[in-house]
Write a protein that binds this ligand. Sequence first.
Ligand SMILES: C[S@@+](CC[C@H](N)C(=O)[O-])C[C@H]1O[C@@H](n2cnc3c(N)ncnc32)[C@H](O)[C@@H]1O
Length: 308
Amino acid sequence: MAEDLADDGTAAGAPDDAAPAPLPEHAWTEDPDYVRVYDVENAGGWDHDFYAELIGELVGVSVDGGAWSGGPAETVAAGAPHVADIGCGTGVLGLRLAAAGIRVTGVDPSRAMIDAAEARTAGSGLDEQVTWHHGFADRLPTASADVVLMEGHVAQYFLERSAWDEVLAHAHRALVPGGALTFESRNPDGLELDVWDEEHTRETQEHPDGGTFDSWIELVRVVGEQDVAGEQAECADDDGPLVTHRGHMVLPDGRHVTTEETLRFRPLEVLRDSLEQAGFVIEQLWGDWDREELDTDSPEIIVLARKP
Ligand SMILES: C[S@@+](CC[C@H](N)C(=O)[O-])C[C@H]1O[C@@H](n2cnc3c(N)ncnc32)[C@H](O)[C@@H]1O
């Protein structure tokens, strides 16, 4: 099931198809060339396994062990457990959860990503269990989800503090009392921005339509407390660094396409404050996908928080 973006004027703009490649700036999530290879580049490894196991524990389901066979009283009363996936992308993890008997509602403002999720759902036999909304977290039903998930560093896409506070408020609203919010955000103190260049990130991979493609990223700018050049950085606010990088791809037909993206890397103190302000209680913090304890220079800040 797919539902469209609310007519709220906030729809992601369509890319300028007429512009010659390389395109200077547009959202990769709306670019068919990028969305086509998304699942190759983000095959879902440790992070998907981590969330599949964690969500299984939270709702009493063995996610890779077949159909749902019961769960905690709260979720039984509401039928199958329900997971809301904010920034669900192409739906890979959502469908993995659905295959274990979990109901999944995904929201994503990218039409191209939702189309890919819908295409993946078709013929899976899971279409009654998943709902993909083309839109934002305000589309999630109230007091309905046992777990709200934001994975694939979706948290970093909320650049302004007001947008971050708003998505946390919707996550809180969407959860049943006692429900859990889980997400990850890269730890700004663990960022190794000096390797965000072609030399360290260039890869050649199989293109889903045949042939191979090359991809790499380059750092464009950092605004905030971490300046790769070691210079005094402009500090827009105290919400953590804003990092802009450019992605490059050379496609099998030789086209070189690029896209620029800015992400927010909030430090733990900011995440902690914002979660508490939104009414969550932090239950667990991990620093990596093997459930390693969070340390000052851990690569990730992985959060499990509860709505009391
Ligand atoms: C890196 S992808 C992750 C997709 C998916 N969760 C995964 O792990 O494969 C980030 C996603 O966040 C979505 N996104 C960006 N801004 C968003 C917003 N304001 N609300 C919800 N999702 C958003 C993008 O459209 C994109 O699909």
